[in-house]
Design a binder for this molecule. Structure first.
Ligand SMILES: [Zn+2]
Ligand SMILES: [Zn+2]
Ligand SMILES: [Zn+2]
Length: 149
């Protein structure tokens, strides 16, 4: 049994009814498909269980804005928007600097507690929220305060 199958057996989002139904949406499996009825169902599984995929899915869902204050992250400059390479490189530098203080981060509502590198149900999209760095900081210190760590 793979790690993925172990997870599917306990995942609250995955109603596995039988070997002939999709492990994500429970539709009947087309011939030659063994776990998912479509690539989309497989993608949705990863977007809810693997951190790097879930993180970008959460930002996309939140339209690249902080859920608490609405701040947008700094936007990567497009090469075509700049007439010269020098202007473009300057914009890239400004973007990198802005990201140090203003980038968007994704927070686990129910804390991940070191499970970032693992296949886990803690990465379900409904447990993730996009926050700007300052809202994230406020959240983390409030958490520390309430748990007394
Ligand atoms: Zn499916
Ligand atoms: Zn914010
Ligand atoms: Zn799950």
């Amino acid at each position: 049994m793979t790690k993925r199958d172990q997870l599917l057996a306990v995942c609250s989002l995955a109603p596995r009814l039988s070997d002939r139904t999709c492990a994500w949406c429970a539709a009947e499996l087309p011939q030659r498909r063994r776990t998912w009825c479509s690539d989309r169902c497989g993608d949705l599984f990863w977007a809810n269980h693997w951190w790097s995929v879930a993180r970008s899915a959460a930002k996309r869902r939140d339209r690249y804005r902080c859920r608490r204050c609405g701040t947008r992250g700094p936007k990567r400059p497009a090469r075509v928007a700049h007439r010269t390479r020098t202007a473009y490189l300057a914009a890239m530098r400004a973007w990198r600097a802005a990201k140090k203080t203003g980038r968007l981060e994704v927070n686990h509502i129910d804390p991940a507690a070191g499970r970032h590198g693992q296949l886990s149900c803690v990465h379900h999209l409904d447990n993730l929220e996009t926050l700007c760095m300052s809202c994230h900081k406020v959240h983390t210190s409030a958490l520390r305060h309430s748990t007394g760590v």
